[in-house]
Ligand binder design. Structure first.
Ligand SMILES: Cc1cc2nc3c(=O)[nH]c(=O)nc-3n(C[C@H](O)[C@H](O)[C@H](O)COP(=O)(O)OP(=O)(O)OC[C@H]3O[C@@H](n4cnc5c(N)ncnc54)[C@H](O)[C@@H]3O)c2cc1C
Length: 418
């Protein structure tokens, strides 16, 4: 009898502990969901902003160890990793705050990959969003909080106009304001978003048809304002992820959408299947590495399947070949057919944003500089992060940037310690 009583007490105690554990977990999750997203250290940010403005004047007289140009995910990740290794670093950002590119992305844009694939190195629990997939705006707020958490010295509103070599003595970074900063090493992290790529078609400058690049696209409401109404004829140029996403948005907004693409259209899995398959992505990419396919090759991003594919295969969105030329009020395609449009929207991608590095020779097709182990072949002490195929096919994406940031910071810390 005594044994049964003891057993009953043990079961009861187990149940109570279990319930308490669940309550604690729920409370924790609730607290995380309710907590306002964004920076948790307002005082840190104030300190950082004050420092940012002050730093440049001080830096003018001193020789900094590393200057990072651009405070997007790549700049912040490498800045954080350098600070962790005790390297003196300054980040220069032309925007009003960190993550400027992400604040200027289309309103409905969400990261295509699961959060776990996008998180920057050394992200504390408190900065992790509760959503699996986050919006561009939410990601920009995460970047701000990340900079605060790691106390990164970011001088915002500082546009770099030129980086010049001093030979073995390092580099000079010139700002638009005329200030010059001397650095032993410079990391360029200016991304792609600042340089939209628009193919040149005959007659494009003279035509009356309005033209816009995806980099300036915000929402269907913006298009209504631009075209003075809805139900317009819109030609989307491109066959990647962004072309598919805009196609859905503008079709749903009541426009008549058509597509012009070079070569055959390819579709990936539907968004929900894609999200499920991403669980296995790290393992698949690890295998790719083992098989020697982890090369410095370019990453191609296809249109998603699902709704996008249905719009095309059902014929609701007609597909044309590449544009041959523009006429004053119409577009002529390479097969001789033509169409009248109110707007041509280019979803033709971006090129590396390197206007402040005029001394470098860039590849005509990709706009990429010559790089070896993340360092410029033409300008020693100038390093790059976030460029396509830099170390492997992930290098342009957040999951690649976070790996590359660790590797670059390790190498720079070692070099500076000698
Ligand atoms: C529309 C779009 C959607 C994307 N979605 C995804 C996604 O879902 N997942 C993913 O992994 N990747 C995505 N990418 C790729 C994405 O660009 C990178 O993952 C990431 O933003 C690159 O970070 P970055 O820091 O290299 O560039 P950016 O985020 O562009 O940051 C560059 C920073 O440099 C600053 N800068 C530029 N020039 C200067 C200058 N002269 N002086 C000072 N500062 C300067 C800019 O203001 C900016 O803040 C997307 C890209 C685009 C364009």
């Amino acid at each position: 009898m005594k044994r049964y009583l003891l057993d009953a007490w043990a079961v009861l105690a187990g149940l109570v502990i279990n319930c308490l554990g669940k309550l604690l977990l729920l409370w924790h999750l609730g607290a995380r969901t309710l907590a306002p997203p964004g920076p948790r250290h307002a005082s840190d940010r104030k300190e950082r902003e004050l420092c940012g403005a002050h730093y440049i004047q001080v830096f003018d007289r001193e020789k900094r160890q590393v200057v990072v140009v651009g405070a997007g995910p790549a700049g912040l990740a490498v800045g954080g990793q350098l600070r962790k290794r005790g390297v003196d670093v300054l980040l220069l950002e032309r925007g009003r705050s960190v993550g400027e590119s992400w604040l200027n992305m289309p309103n409905n844009l969400r990261l295509v990959t699961r959060w776990s694939l996008n998180e920057l190195p050394d992200t504390p629990d408190s900065l992790r969003p509760t959503e699996t997939v986050v919006s561009a705006f939410r990601f920009a707020r995460y970047l701000e909080a990340y900079a605060d958490y790691h106390r990164l010295p970011v001088a915002s509103g500082s546009t770099v106009s030129r980086v010049s070599s001093l030979g073995t003595d390092g580099l000079v970074v010139s700002l638009q304001t005329g200030e010059r900063i001397h650095a032993r090493e410079v990391v360029n992290a200016t991304g792609y978003f600042g340089s939209p790529f628009v193919p040149v078609f005959p007659g494009a400058l003279e035509t009356k048809i309005k033209q816009l690049h995806y980099g300036s696209y915000r929402s269907p409401a913006q298009i209504v304002e631009l075209l003075h109404g809805t139900g317009k004829r819109i030609l989307i140029v491109g066959k990647g992820l962004s072309a598919g996403q805009v196609m859905i948005e503008l079709d749903q907004a009541g426009n008549s959408v058509e597509l012009s693409a070079r070569g055959l259209l390819e579709f990936g899995p539907s968004p929900s299947l894609d999200l499920f398959l991403q669980r296995f992505l790290p393992v698949l990419e690890w295998w790719r590495g083992l098989l020697g396919q982890d090369c410095g090759c370019s990453a191609k991003i296809r249109m998603q399947g699902g709704k996008t594919k249905r719009l095309v295969t059902s014929g609701r969105v007609p597909v044309h070949p590449q544009i041959a030329r523009f006429e004053p009020d119409r577009v002529v395609f390479q097969n001789g057919s033509s169409g009248v449009y109110d707007l041509v929207l280019y979803c033709t991608g971006f090129r590396p944003h390197l206007a402040h590095l005029p001394g470098l020779t860039l590849d005509k097709e990709t706009g990429l500089p010559a790089i070896r182990r993340m360092e410029s072949r033409e300008m020693p002490h100038l390093h790059f992060i976030g460029l396509d195929g830099e170390r492997n096919f992930r290098s342009r994406f957040l999951r690649g940037i976070r790996e590359d940031a660790v590797s670059l910071a390790e190498r720079l810390a070692l070099r500076l310690s000698r």
